[in-house]
Design a protein around this ligand. Structure first.
Ligand code: UDX
Length: 467
């Protein structure tokens, strides 16, 4: 099929490149000309594992191209996927101006029938507004439009594999024709009929579920899903606080919780809380949507409040241990909102650093991918080349992102470089007993500090969704 993707952010780029990878002809467009220039020059505006390979290969094989000419891109596609941003407004609601703008442009620029698919995360009933905009602004051309919702469940850091090997594909439609078109678009994935060049052992062997719903349900599914994950993380954080106060161990508790199949083991890792451009904004938008609809959303509000409190209580811990923060040299390991991404939007690390800076601490930081983006928002931080330079002469080290390679650092050497071997592990990345045996003052979240405790801790995975 011929597909147009509007918006070359995380979702749009991964969507466009993956559609090309499974055999479609794709043109991606964006109103940011600089982004398109970067892509046409062979660069990528974001870091996402595997994305560079599949973009390069599909451009070379002539299935994927990038254009600043929105009208041409729209006319090219039988299906147009809207992947523009829906950032939060000051009141927490999603800003839908980009969706509205794109819907009007599609209406005006189209010359042949189009299936218009919302992939951006939008509040329920947005599809009805898109339909109305298409029919009002497209009335002169007489072009026929159908609308569908096809939410994405891509996690940054594993987005390409998530797209090509999903658990489920949700399509919200109002008519059989749109359903058939979307079945066709996804057939290579649902029938596993393409040769995956980036396949690895983490890819599920079974075929994904293909769920057909109403447009309203599809839109709601996305918010409900991300909000549930947010609630689950906040629940784990609340239980971790109880463990800390009452002398229990969160790893032991979540391991037992996770073995109950009704609960599941994913998304129970406590720490600095959830960040990124999806969970925090989606739970907020879902709260506003529920409030407008007159639904009691206090459950979601509590989850959000617990998350906001994570940074403050972690700072309290740092204050207790360091006494005065002013003029203390604090190393922060990890800046991205989670591993395997350079994304720092709503990253707990950034929030944490800002608070420590306010109290006069001297911050130096290291992250394998996110330092470029962080330096733009935190210019007063000293950025280091590696974890060893980072820790030289510091009073404390805070682990804010659980990059897997941090586990394999030479921790004895780090201990010797630090002025005071104090580690505050905000992601429970390291083994408490091993760190103490190495001579560190080691503090993590919700774990028992009893001497001589030797239990093996369950492995925390790279994607931070497992216990
Ligand atoms: C999320 C959803 O998972 C994905 O399905 C959706 O399409 C987009 O939003 P993403 O934003 O990439 O994906 O991040 P995710 O892996 O969900 O993690 C979100 C945040 O929660 C991160 O800051 C992470 O560190 C934190 N987290 C995750 C925890 O604190 N504990 C956990 O157990 C899991």
């Amino acid at each position: 099929m011929r597909i147009c993707v509007i918006g070359c952010g995380y979702v749009g780029l991964v969507t466009g490149a993956c559609f090309a990878e499974i055999g479609h002809e794709v043109v991606c467009t964006d109103n940011d000309g600089q982004k398109i220039t970067t892509l046409n020059d062979g660069g990528l505006p974001i870091y996402e594992p595997h994305l560079d390979e599949i973009v390069r290969q599909n451009v070379a094989e002539k299935r994927l191209s990038f254009s600043v000419n929105l009208a041409e891109a729209i006319r090219f596609g039988d299906a147009v996927f809207i992947c523009v941003g829906t950032p939060p407004l000051p009141n927490g609601e999603a800003d839908l101006s980009a969706i509205d703008n794109v819907a009007r442009l599609i209406a005006v620029e189209s010359r042949s029938p189009k299936l218009v698919v919302e992939k951006s995360t939008v509040p329920t009933q947005t599809g009805q507004h898109v339909k109305r905009a298409l029919s009002i602004y497209g009335r002169k051309s007489g072009v026929e439009f159908t609308v569908a919702s096809n939410p994405e469940f891509l996690r940054e850091g594993t987005a390409v594999l998530d797209f090509l090997h999903p658990d489920r594909i949700v399509v919200g439609v109002d008519d059989r024709g749109s359903e058939e078109q979307l079945r066709e678009v996804y057939r290579p994935i649902t029938e596993q009929r393409f040769r995956c060049r980036v396949h690895n052992d983490s890819c599920p062997a079974q075929k994904p579920h293909f769920l057909v719903t109403s447009i309203n349900s599809a839109e709601l599914i996305k918010h409900a899903c991300n909000s549930f994950l947010a609630v689950k993380i906040s629940y784990a954080n609340m239980v971790a606080d109880m463990c800390e106060k009452l002398g229990a161990d969160i790893d032991e508790v979540t391991q037992a919780l996770g073995l109950d199949p009704r609960i599941g083991r994913h998304f129970l890792s406590p720490g600095l809380g959830f960040g990124g451009f999806c969970l925090p904004k989606d739970i907020q938008a879902f709260i506003r949507l529920g409030e407008r609809a007159g639904v009691d959303v206090s459950l979601l509000k509590s989850a959000e409040a617990i998350n906001k409190q994570r940074i403050e209580s972690f700072c309290n811990k740092a204050r207790q241990l360091l006494w005065v923060l002013k003029d203390k040299r604090i190393a922060v390991l990890g800046l991205a909102f989670k591993p395997n991404t350079d994304d720092i939007r709503f990253a707990p690390a950034i929030d944490l650093i800002n608070r420590l800076l306010v109290e006069g601490a001297q911050i130096q930081a290291y992250d394998p991918e996110a330092m470029g983006k962080a330096s733009a928002v935190l210019p007063s931080v000293r950025y280091c080349h590696d974890a060893y330079e980072l820790t030289d002469g510091t009073d404390a080290l805070i682990i804010a992102t659980e990059w897997p390679e941090f586990k394999n650092l030479d921790w004895s050497s780090i201990r010797d470089r630090m002025l005071r071997p104090l580690v505050l592990d905000g992601r429970n990345l390291l083994d408490a007993a091993a760190m103490k045996a190495l001579g560190f003052e080691y503090h993590s979240v919700g774990r028992e500090t009893r001497e001589g405790k030797t239990n093996e801790q369950p492995e925390r995975t790279v994607h931070s969704r497992e216990v």
